[in-house]
Design a binder for this molecule. Structure first.
Ligand code: 3PG
Ligand code: MG
Length: 395
């Protein structure tokens, strides 16, 4: 890793501002934290700082309050969960800047943990306003970035603050950059990428960047419809991105030129009404009726994809294979998750919905790495630099 980490800097007795991504999913009805993966993921960094007698000042955004105080997006429940998980007291500040926060910081003793209020209650955060970044920086002596999931955003707490403080990576940031970075620089071959999700449009940059690195590309999910349509198949009422059909053909041609197999489903599950009680039928891709939509990959495709994946040394997976929110159409996605979990190969799962599925299925610890960043992992694998990483000190 080219960036300095908390191991490379003396933190004892110092005030350390730690940017984390505690943007956790909340239950719509109760407001309770429905998945605490992102909190558990930064425990090694927080524990290290506590053990090394730093004064730990944690900050994060939660949701998109757009510069206003939103009661349901306060950090108190997150502080409570962090406290339970780390088994230490975590105090919560009433804001993230201002005189009350300064007092709370002044009162910190080495090893204490303070969580600041939601950064996005201030519009200056997303605007990367220099005076706001400076106010945050004045709270601390050192800045630690462990918010990989927010590293694609150039905000005051991810970029601006590093102008004023020595900036190093936390352990989660380091782990993410190493796991995702090795996919791009030194994957063990054969290397397969399994891609799904609704839209080709979201994955173009990724496919273009990994085409020169993978040996095999498997495409399922909603986006397969655009590829199938481009090849002349009837895809019924499935969402087709008409403006992406040529691009799909170009990607297939580029794969062929590079000697990479780009494989599409051979059979699919279709239905005429996408709802929780809908019934699906299996058809060959050559037999999709005009009045139905594709909702999952079929059993033959599961078998075909599995055969291709099993001998691979490195597998990257991003995007569900079908409408996994509906039980009857989650089969393809679940089969792929279970297959990956059973392999000895290096298995890396992209963040966002794919990570949530793997967590829900209790398979996360059977994978080599499950990213905590959705947009950030995509951007990184597209080969683009992440502003939150660029500002960290080089070794
Ligand atoms: C995320 O969950 O994608 C990150 O926390 C960034 O949040 P944002 O998409 O609202 O900027
Ligand atoms: Mg996002």
């Amino acid at each position: 890793m080219v960036k300095k980490t908390i191991r490379d800097i003396e933190v004892k007795g110092k005030r350390v501002l730690v940017r984390v991504d505690f943007n956790v999913p909340l239950d719509i009805a109760t407001g309770a934290i429905s998945d605490d993966t992102r909190i558990r993921a930064v425990l090694p960094t927080i524990k290290y700082l506590v053990e090394h007698k730093a004064k730990v000042i944690i900050c994060s955004h939660l949701g998109r309050p757009d510069g206003k105080v939103v009661a349901g997006l306060r950090m108190a429940p997150v502080a409570q969960r962090l406290s339970q998980l780390i088994n230490l007291a975590v105090s919560v500040a009433s804001d993230c800047v201002g005189s009350d926060v300064k007092t709370a910081v002044t009162n910190l003793k080495p090893g204490d943990i303070l969580l600041l209020e939601n950064l996005r209650f201030h519009a200056e955060e997303e605007a990367n306003e220099p005076s706001f970044a400076h106010d945050l920086a004045r709270l601390a002596d050192i800045y630690v970035d462990d918010a990989f999931g927010t590293a694609h955003r150039a905000h005051a707490s991810t970029v601006g603050v590093a102008t004023y403080l020595p900036a190093v990576a936390g352990f989660l940031m380091e782990k993410e950059l190493e796991a995702l970075g090795s996919l791009l620089t030194s994957p063990r071959h054969p290397f397969v990428a399994l891609l799904g999700g609704a839209k080709v449009g979201d994955k173009i940059g990724l496919i273009q960047n990994i085409l020169s690195k993978v040996d095999l590309l498997l495409i399922g999910g909603g986006m397969a419809a655009t590829f199938l349509k481009a090849q002349g198949y009837e895809v019924g009422l499935s969402l087709v991105e008409a403006d992406k059909k040529n691009l799909a053909l170009e990607l297939m041609a580029a794969a062929k030129r590079n000697g990479i197999a780009l494989l599409l489903p051979t059979d699919v599950i279709i239905t005429n009404n996408i709802n929780p009680n809908a019934k699906g039928d299996v058809v060959r891709v050559s037999n999709i009726p005009a009045n139905k939509s594709i909702v999952d990959i079929g059993p033959q495709t599961i078998e075909y994809f599995s055969q291709k994946i099993r001998p691979c040394q490195t597998i990257f997976w991003n995007g569900p294979m079908g409408v996994y929110e509906i039980k009857q159409f989650a089969g393809g996605t679940k089969a792929m998750a279970e297959l990956l979990a059973s392999l000895k190969a290096t298995t890396v799962v992209g963040g966002g919905s794919t990570a949530e599925i793997v967590e829900e299925m209790n398979l996360a610890d059977k994978m080599t790495h499950v990213s905590t960043g959705g947009g950030a992992s995509m951007k990184f694998l597209e080969g683009k630099s992440l502003p939150g990483v660029d500002v960290l000190l080089d070794k």
